[in-house]
Design a protein around this ligand. Sequence first.
Ligand code: NAI
Ligand code: MG
Length: 358
Amino acid sequence: PTTQPFKIAVIGGDGVGPEVVAEGVKVLEKIQALDSSVAFTFEAFPWGCEYYLREGKMMADDGLEQLKAFDAIFLGAVGYPGVPDHISLWDLLLKIRKGFDQYVNLRPVKLLKGAPCPLKGVEREAVNMTVIRENSEGEYAGAGDWLFKGQPEEVVLQTGVFSRKGTERIIRHAFEVARKEGRSLTSISKANALNYSMVFWDQVFQEVAREYPEVVTYSYLVDAAAMFMVRDPGRFEVVVTSNLFGDILTDLGAAIAGGMGLAAGANLNPERKYPSMFEPIHGSAPDIAGQQKSNPLAAIWSASQMMDFFGREDWGAAILEAMEAVLQEEQALTPDLGGTATTSDVGDAVIAKLEALA
Ligand code: NAI
Ligand code: MG
């Protein structure tokens, strides 16, 4: 259960992570100052690659235990040259996602007013999807084998794991979201080629659909879905898909909705048994780290998702409105969006707009 003050663990992480998260925290602090019915506590954790180089581990041994008491985790990015990516990913990010059963990855693919879109002849309103990616198993379960390593008969197996529990709960969650938003639900799979996992996925989708007769449903093969996301994105409203397909399609989604500097994602444990985690979907951007060149809008959008999750959709929407105002005015944009503003200029511009809106 989430009660006030909302307790937020801040893991800035590596590279641009701490810079962008600082702007997200600034926005939340502004909301706290503007609205006496909202209160937060923040606690920072120094985990990440620098910590690894010092301590030989990505997070404290009892890290999950320490995080358990929080309502939400606000994460920047993890990974930096000098530490292998599979270590930084598995020992921090995936440890939290798996340890806290954050089985829903919620990624808005919405073209904000003023955000650039590379698609020709597409209305802004057409790019407005809620993508729900399975986040706990599937193709990323880590199951498989490596036989006869280094020999001519070498064979590797990477097994997709689709449990009934895991498949049903993500699909049911997507139906709940579609019903709440009053929008259609599209399932994206690949049953023609993946003749066990995706046949099963489609079957479960149809089963659960019977419980939600009021939700209009569609089913696409992933290759066709990729094509339609570019040609005719307006077809998609709420989307549910597997871990791998969701990973790829949401990067495509980020590209059509303003780029990596604008893409956010929430890792949710809907039962609220454990904290949920909010993060920009970009990485640590070592090429621009430490120079105040990173775009904090993705991290600020994560803060908006956090407000939604706390049941304060009013502030969630206000943050997006403030971001749209900043994007449309073009006064405070970072270089990835063609401007010359610093990371913290953008954060300041967003809080000024929030103040004006309140
Ligand atoms: P990346 O997302 O860090 O960077 C890709 C490109 O996008 C770079 O040119 C970067 O400058 C640009 N970019 C990213 N975020 C930006 C922002 N907020 N504003 C402006 N430009 C931005 O991906 P890359 O280079 O593949 O990975 C770098 C490191 O980050 C690796 O160690 C990787 O493992 C890690 N990573 C971590 C993720 C996470 O923590 N969730 C996700 C993706 C990568
Ligand atoms: Mg990805």
